[in-house]
Write a protein that binds this ligand. Structure first.
Ligand code: PRP
Length: 207
């Protein structure tokens, strides 16, 4: 039997979806307590659980040949991968948001924007000819307008609950964010037969 394919999955909110999706298609993974690497019961895939924002680094360096990751995180990494398929879960929106009572007319000059997605935000504002100062935060970005760091934020909006809880509202949807299965291009060249067969099985749906 050939070596299992290596696949990185993100810890956190996408992990449960990814594991359930794979299990429904015959790839059941059980992690021993506190272990972050496991091979599925059929011996087809070796899974590595990594931090979401580190996932592109593992795939870029070929530690994992494949990865399940949001297009937002891939964009921030700056790495280029082959996109094999879009996953049927985890889609969300990247939005510009501000306090509900913010008067845009009172805000002339450069937009001050706090975000975790600095590469995306800088590129977006530059490509759209908008003068902006982008302030990097590591998380809980919705606090920035509340505490007075920046009136605007660029962040993911799924249900909108986080914005509403902080009296913020979407000013503009900037892009759609999807969860995709990607491959390291060199890894794909060596393993395309087994990768294509895996992707076919995944597309076929629950077994
Ligand atoms: C994400 C995002 C928003 C929230 C949006 O945060 O950055 O804060 O989810 O979801 P909602 O519209 O359903 O409320 P995450 O939980 O990843 O935490 P973080 O911002 O602290 O990284």
């Amino acid at each position: 039997m050939s070596e299992p394919l290596t696949l990185a999955l993100p810890k956190g909110r996408l992990q449960e979806h990814s594991e359930a999706y794979l299990a429904e298609r015959g790839y059941t993974i059980t992690f021993e307590s506190r272990k972050l690497v496991a091979t599925d019961e059929s011996g087809t895939i070796r899974i590595m659980l990594v931090k979401n924002s580190d996932l592109p680094t593992y795939v870029h360096h070929g530690i994992a040949g494949l990865g399940v990751c949001g297009t937002d995180v891939i964009y921030e990494s700056g790495y280029e991968f082959f996109t094999l398929m879009q996953m049927p879960f985890g889609s969300t929106r990247m939005c510009l948001a501000a306090p509900e009572d913010l008067d845009p007319a009172s805000y002339t000059g450069r937009l001050r924007v706090a975000t975790k997605f600095t590469r995306f935000a800088r590129d977006y504002f530059q490509q759209n000819g908008i003068a902006a100062e982008v302030v990097r935060l590591g998380g809980s970005v919705e606090l920035a307008p509340v505490l007075g760091l920046a009136p605007y934020i660029v962040d993911l909006v799924e249900t909108g609950n986080t914005l509403r809880a902080h009296q913020l509202e979407v000013v503009k949807e900037l892009t759609r964010v999807d969860v995709v299965l990607v491959a390291n291009p060199a890894y794909y060249k060596f393993h395309y037969r087994s990768i294509d067969s895996l992707v076919d099985t995944l597309h076929r749906g629950p077994s």
